[in-house]
Design a binder for this molecule. Structure first.
Ligand code: XUL
Length: 536
């Protein structure tokens, strides 16, 4: 699992505290990956009895992970790295990413313990009594419907909350989670001196002090005003009252150097006392950095669900999707959109319309024209997130609902419909094409050139592909390198100019703009109709 460490120069570490495992990647100043390692929670820390890194409550809605499991995983990971021969004295800077939205509750007195960690013992031994709540709510939790409604009502509705914080209320977002914690675990909440996100919790372990949250991950709480970069007093008040600001600390730009590693790391693992800790951020913002997305770019991950990352100059939050402060340039923004009906729906139609063969599916795309003779399809096999709709809805060129199409037309209707939807919802959040715009396609379906051609034509932008496995972890290492003292003043993109480039896969058909600008307007109208017919 651990690549043998062969190192000469200085190292930059990126950690990723994800749901199922803790990962690390070490790069040198020339961006070579020198070492990779991981700790898998379920199998390597069985004493915490997690499944997929989490505990699911009896209600099926509450999902948590033990804070101490993450601490123990870090102990173990560092030991594995030491065994593999990593020379920690050469680490100039480190940073990290973590699953978004999860919250960690530090008990009164924990700050003092963090500041006095001793090198003779591991972290887990010293921090075992430091959490007022042992099991931290994580992003998979959906138990806070009531708190979400309250938060929205308090600020004047869902649209107003989105306008302030970048997202309407979501159950997994930290504001509602804190609200629930204060109500249902009042005693433990009363014993809490600090609340961290998983990212800032992890940074605190390295810093030996409470680490500031970064603007990027703090945007996933429904508490931060994404424009002023200050906590929204109205949201704080609704979530937990006036004392909450003190518990959260002051957020900082994601590229901030928070300080150097604490003496614990120097004494136990031989880190230099000059090793910088760059603010940790959420896994999605870190992935944007790992992919080196630029202004005008859009990344589409074509997996079980399709996920879009968009670099935005201006924030234009909507009732769907999330706008976060950009982790690379805090004056700009990024959007995250999730679509549930991705690869599984493509596979269903491959089986039904193309005899189960991707080659047949591709042939159908090649045999049908751009615009599909006016046929438009909505395929929501399961209830979609963006937009909240369900069912299959097919329309002909006169906007009349039809019950079936030929096998070839159906394949194109699915793929065009999926990408028209991606474009429509990205544009609603403020995405627009600028000279040099690229679409970066990743995930399983990005290996299919004919699917990519439709994506490219619908967006009317060249499509590139890149290997983004572990992009959050790599993004954290890139951010560490950018934050290191020797890079001071250089832009993120200058520091990373020699990173592997994305490969051009396909360019738009000359007719693409004419066909799809018009089709997008129709698609938007028809989507409204589908939503209206389905009712609330
Ligand atoms: C984003 C989200 C997930 C987690 C996964 O809003 O909830 O992507 O960040 O780790």
């Amino acid at each position: 699992m651990a690549a043998a460490a062969h190192q000469e120069g200085e190292l930059y570490l990126g950690f990723d505290f994800s749901t199922q495992q803790l990962k690390v990647v070490a790069i040198d100043q020339d961006l070579n990956v020198i070492h990779q390692n991981r700790v898998h929670f379920d199998s390597q820390l069985p004493e915490f009895r997690t499944e997929g890194g989490v505990h699911v409550g009896a209600d099926g809605l509450t999902v948590t992970s033990p804070a101490l499991m993450w601490v123990k995983a870090l102990d173990l990971l560092l030991e594995q790295m030491q065994e593999a021969g990593v020379d920690f004295s050469t680490v100039r800077a480190l940073s990290g990413s973590a699953q978004q939205h999860g919250s960690v509750y530090w008990k009164n007195g924990a700050g003092l313990t963090l500041g006095r960690l001793r090198g003779e013992h591991g972290l887990s031994q010293q921090l075992q009594d430091c959490f007022s709540v042992r099991d931290c709510p994580v992003w998979m939790d959906s138990s806070t419907g009531r708190q979400c409604r309250r938060l929205q009502e308090a600020v004047g509705g869902a649209a107003q909350l989105a306008e302030i914080t970048g997202s309407r209320a979501y159950e997994r977002f930290t504001g509602s989670q804190i609200c629930k914690m204060r109500k249902e675990r009042a005693q433990e909440f009363g014993e809490t001196e600090r609340i961290s996100l998983v990212s800032s919790f992890a940074a605190s372990l390295f810093l030996g002090d409470y680490a500031a949250m970064d603007y990027g991950d703090a945007s996933g709480m429904n508490l931060l005003d994404i424009r002023s970069k200050k906590w929204s007093q109205a949201c704080l008040e609704a979530a937990a009252g006036p004392g909450l600001e003190r518990l959260l600390g002051t957020p900082l730009p994601s590229a901030s150097v928070l300080g150097n590693v604490s003496p614990y790391w120097v004494n136990r693992f031989g880190f230099s006392d000059q090793c910088s800790v760059v603010a940790f951020t959420g896994d999605n913002p870190a992935s944007l950095a790992g992919m080196r997305l630029r202004e005008g770019d859009l990344a589409v991950s074509l997996g079980t669900s399709d996920t879009l990352f968009v670099w935005l100059r201006h924030a234009r939050p909507a009732l769907e999707g999330h706008v976060f402060v950009n982790p690379v340039d805090w004056r700009q923004f990024m959007a995250l959109l999730c679509f549930k009906n991705g690869s599984l729906t493509r596979e269903r139609l491959r089986n039904r319309c193309a005899g189960g063969s991707w080659e047949g599916f591709s042939a159908a795309l090649r045999q049908t024209p751009l615009g599909n003779h006016g046929y438009v399809g909505f395929y929501f096999d399961v209830r979609e997130i963006t937009p909240p709709a369900v069912g299959v809805h097919l329309f002909d060129a006169e906007d009349k609902e039809v019950s079936s199409l030929s096998a070839e037309a159906e394949v194109r209707a699915l793929v065009e419909g999926q990408f028209l939807s991606r474009r429509l919802h990205a544009e609603r959040l403020g995405y627009s094409v600028v000279p040099g715009s690229r679409v970066l396609a990743t995930g399983g379906a990005s290996r299919n050139k004919d699917i990519l051609q439709v994506l490219c034509d619908v967006m009317n932008v060249p499509v590139y592909t890149m290997d983004v496995s572990d992009s959050a972890c790599l993004g954290a290492a890139y951010r560490a390198l950018h934050g290191a003292p020797e890079a001071s003043g250089e832009s993120f993109f200058d520091v990373l100019k020699n990173a592997p480039e994305a490969r051009l896969a396909v360019t738009p058909h000359p007719e693409a703009q004419r066909v799809y600008d018009e089709m997008l307007r129709r698609y938007a109208r028809l989507e409204k109709r589908v939503l209206r017919e389905l009712g609330p």
